[in-house]
Ligand binder design. Structure first.
Ligand code: ADP
Ligand code: ADP
Length: 223
């Protein structure tokens, strides 16, 4: 589904964020990307989202080379993806329902279809009863779950998460991981950037380790 072939990323200021990294991700995989701050995790996610382009190499995502994709094709590409951020980036002046519905409006769906899909996404994160509340009324863990509902409401093929448990205590972090596992079991490929090695070890999934822009380890699942 995803193939990095000697992908390098140099920022305009000369900073080399990634040095010719290569790896593949199969459809339906669940994997982590880890490494210290500055290792290149966010850059890797931004390349997949086509927010940045590779400086060299080929980055294939479902058959398209993101180094060459036209700007016009990027919105279509993003519709196949969902993104979860550390600080969830919810709109505090809109209800939980409206936050989750955001990405569906641009798809031109009917009101009924939007309601049905938002309801299903909120049910998956066990927040259907909070649909009419506002993010400020929810706990941090619940807010992050709204962020996950928003990221999966359009049934993406690929879910990307950037430090999704950074602000959560270990119990809530484990709860978020169980939601990702559930989403993965339904067929979505899941890629989580995290520096929480303890949490990652508890998951027994593939882990890519970046160090100063180099892929230094591609660990198989733990026994
Ligand atoms: P991580 O997410 O692992 O902390 P990043 O991908 O954010 O790593 O950063 C990798 C390297 O690239 C760091 O040295 C960082 O300072 C640099 N970097 C990230 N974004 C930019 C940018 N927009 N311009 C210049 N340098 C950047
Ligand atoms: P993260 O920890 O998720 O990598 P950062 O705080 O490093 O986030 O980066 C936040 C934003 O600042 C990103 O959009 C990144 O592109 C940009 N950035 C990071 N490092 C640099 C840098 N050295 N020069 C310019 N922009 C940077």
């Amino acid at each position: 589904m995803i193939r990095f072939e000697q992908v390098a990323k140099h920022y305009p200021n000369g900073q080399v964020a990634l040095h010719e990294i290569s790896f593949r991700i199969q459809k339906g995989e669940f994997l982590f990307v880890t490494g210290h701050s500055g290792a290149g995790k966010s850059t890797l996610l931004r390349l997949l989202l086509a927010m940045e382009r590779p400086s060299s190499g080929r980055l294939l995502l479902v058959g398209q080379d993101l180094a060459r994709i036209s700007n016009a094709a990027i919105p279509y590409l993003r519709r196949q993806m969902g993104v979860v951020f550390q600080n969830h980036q919810l709109l505090f002046d809109r209800s939980v329902f409206a936050n989750v519905a955001l990405s569906l409006h641009i798809l031109g769906l009917s009101q009924g279809e939007i309601s049905r899909r938002v309801g299903a996404a909120l049910e998956r994160v066990a927040l259907l009863d909070k649909a009419n509340q506002f993010p400020a009324d929810l706990s941090t863990g619940q807010q992050q779950r709204v962020g996950i509902a928003r990221a999966v409401v359009h049934n993406p093929r690929l879910l990307l998460a950037d430090e999704p448990t950074g602000n959560l205590d270990p119990r809530l972090a484990a709860e978020i991981m169980r939601l990702f596992e559930d989403i993965n079991r339904r067929g979505t490929t899941v890629l989580v950037a995290s520096h929480d090695l303890k949490l990652i070890a508890s998951m027994h999934q593939r882990m890519l380790t970046l160090q100063r822009g180099r892929l230094i380890e591609d660990g198989g699942k733990n026994p």
